[in-house]
Design a binder for this molecule. Structure first.
Ligand code: ADP
Ligand code: MG
Length: 264
């Protein structure tokens, strides 16, 4: 697994080249982790053409926390889905960690998700018949891993999300906030480079929502994850370093938060 230096240890500065942001850490530009070039997604429904994404160009550096905000139907989930290969763009190109995904087969996408991408959904999507521990271990078992290493890794991430005491419980016995903490643990157990979170606070009250957003921030600051958060909540987006507003499938404005900007 590629490491990103000492995440969170150095001052973040940003520089702009051709309007695209490159993050710097300790004076070294971080390589882009997610790059979209002119990505469009058109859905055909009967005789209607519905524009999910409209020529989206985006460059996200390793280890940044980005939020995408906008009203329902503006294309937020479509954006995450095409980055995860759960949906294919109609046109445009996507690079993940410097690699083009053009021509990826569904097996290639499955492998990419199993190794490099973690996803958290609004509805948690835990497997009801499995315990917390088994849910979190699931992505590792899918990759054929087993034994002590799996148990240790699961214990580590459960401790990180403060769910060790619930390891033997089933999802139905947990509150919404607890279920989402388990879902975050499951999404990071395989040490993905990219973590996608689609309205992760949508089913939670504000206190538990804030806890989940705090957890995402910790993953960026302490573990160097690259996090893309989709939300309709401006309050949730406040934790991110960069915030894009979306409308009608387009990226509108980008705001930088809590970073010092150079040459932008
Ligand atoms: P958001 O997540 O911001 O609420 P979505 O990305 O889900 O928005 O949807 C963007 C647009 O694409 C909406 O108009 C939606 O109806 C349409 N859309 C999304 N998925 C599909 C689909 N599978 N088939 C047809 N239209 C879709
Ligand atoms: Mg959505």
């Amino acid at each position: 697994m590629e490491t990103l230096g000492e995440p969170g240890s150095a001052v973040k500065v940003v520089a702009s080249r051709n309007g695209v942001i490159y993050e710097m850490r300790a004076g070294v530009p971080l390589p882009p982790m997610v790059t979209l070039t002119e990505v469009s997604k058109i859905y055909i429904r009967g005789s209607d053409r519905i524009c999910g994404l409209d020529h989206v160009t985006l460059d996200i550096g390793s280890g940044s926390f980005c939020a995408f905000v906008g009203p329902s139907g503006c294309g937020k989930s479509t954006l995450l889905n095409v980055i995860a290969g759960l949906d294919l763009p109609t046109s445009g190109t996507i690079h993940l960690d410097g690699r083009s995904t053009a021509g990826y087969s569904s097996d290639d996408w499955t492998r990419t998700r199993r190794h490099s991408i973690g996803i958290v959904f609004q509805a948690f999507h835990l497997i009801p018949g499995l315990t917390v521990e088994e849910n979190v271990a699931f992505p590792l078992l899918l990759r054929g891993e087993q034994g002590r290493k799996v148990r240790e890794r699961v214990a580590d991430v459960l401790a990180l999300v403060r769910m060790t005491h619930r390891a033997a419980h089933r999802p139905g016995e947990l509150s919404g906030g607890e279920q989402q903490r388990v879902a975050v643990a499951r999404a990071i157990v395989h040490e993905p480079k990219i973590l996608l979170a689609d309205e992760p606070t949508g089913n939670l009250d504000s206190q538990h929502g804030a806890e989940i957003i705090g957890l995402l921030k910790t993953l960026v600051q302490e573990f160097g994850h690259t996090v893309l958060l989709v939300t309709h909540s401006a309050a949730a987006a406040e934790a991110a370093d960069y915030v894009w507003a979306m409308r009608d499938g387009r990226l509108m404005t980008r705001t930088m938060q809590m970073t010092s900007a150079q040459g932008v």
